[in-house]
Design a protein around this ligand. Structure first.
Ligand code: AMP
Ligand code: MN
Ligand code: MN
Ligand code: MN
Length: 285
């Protein structure tokens, strides 16, 4: 489990957050695609962990617990993945519940903005795609906008709606960076900066994210992810080395219809990095 060549996929979503497959369907798909180490990382929610671990065990697929926590850092939403924690940890569960808490009111405001932009019934429409009532997300709204042909696909939705400056965007205050890292660490897990290229930070802002993350006890960064270009693999391999962070790899798979990167279908980690699974060997189930 120490090689950078391991086909590890440590980032994906089920119906427990904004994916379209069940934990069992994801486990089967990961296994069929040749994944050798898997983690389900639903947004702000660990309700799918037991099902994912049980399904993986039945397939003989090594498993790490996972979560993707929404964080607000210098006014921007940043995602922190947690891996290999104890899923029965009370403080982690409480922190995640608090992070999920504002989603209902936020969704109502998003719907009100969309109504003002001429799209009626978006709250009820989005709810029909929600698998977990505590986890209504922009993805569910995106699916409804595609259903009513307001947009051709979810990518077009995020270009025209739901993002900063566009109808349906409601600024939201998520968890603090230090809190998210501490919840993960105190539950025995390892914290990872998810898809760093997605934040479009300036070099100074990015440096602040990496150094504060590390000061709080964060130990990993996603280098190879479905959200990065090949050039960005090299950029974040260098960042991992500069900061002495372990490297993670994950597709961020949400749905066979929407995701361009399937489970396990990623290039290997660049050589010379310490894979996160090397630090998590004793947490693999
Ligand atoms: P939320 O947590 O409600 O803000 O929703 C965030 C989710 O929306 C992300 O995890 C993605 O699944 C999806 N998302 C955000 N931006 C985009 C984008 N530009 N293209 C496709 N999906 C996106
Ligand atoms: Mn998502
Ligand atoms: Mn993310
Ligand atoms: Mn994700």
């Amino acid at each position: 489990m120490t090689t950078t060549l391991l086909n590890a996929d440590l980032h994906c979503h089920s119906v427990v957050s904004d994916g379209t497959l069940t934990p069992e369907q994801l486990a089967a798909r990961a296994h069929a695609n040749g994944v050798q180490l898997w983690a389900l990382t639903d947004h702000d929610e660990i309700g799918g962990q037991q099902r994912a671990a049980a399904a993986a065990r039945a397939l003989g697929l090594p498993y790490l617990t996972g979560v993707e926590i929404s964080v607000t850092f210098i006014g921007t939403t940043v995602h922190i993945v947690g891996l290999g924690f104890d899923a029965s940890d009370t403080a982690l569960a409480q922190g995640l519940a608090a992070t999920r808490g504002g989603r209902g009111a936020r969704a109502q405001e998003m719907a009100a903005q969309l109504a003002a932009a001429g799209i009626a019934g978006a709250y009820e429409g989005a709810l029909r795609y929600v698998g977990n009532p505590e986890l209504i997300s922009r993805t569910h709204f995106a699916r409804y906008l595609v259903e009513i042909s307001a947009c051709q696909d979810t990518n077009e939705v995020f270009r025209r709606f739901l993002t900063e400056g566009k109808p349906g965007f409601v600024p939201h205050r998520w968890a603090a960076l230090g809190d998210a890292v501490r919840w993960i660490r105190n539950a025995g897990g390892l914290a990872v900066i998810a898809h760093p290229a997605r934040y479009r930070f300036s070099p100074n802002e990015e440096y602040a994210l990496f150094s504060e993350f590390q000061q709080h006890g964060g130990q990993g960064v996603e280098v190879v992810t479905g959200s990065h270009s090949v050039a960005e693999y090299a950029t974040y391999a260098a960042m991992a080395q500069e900061f002495g962070l372990a490297a993670s790899r994950g597709s961020d798979f949400h749905s066979p219809q929407e995701s361009h990167t399937d489970l396990g279908r990623l290039p290997p980690l660049p050589a010379g990095l310490t894979p996160v699974w090397q630090l998590l060997a004793d947490r693999i189930q």
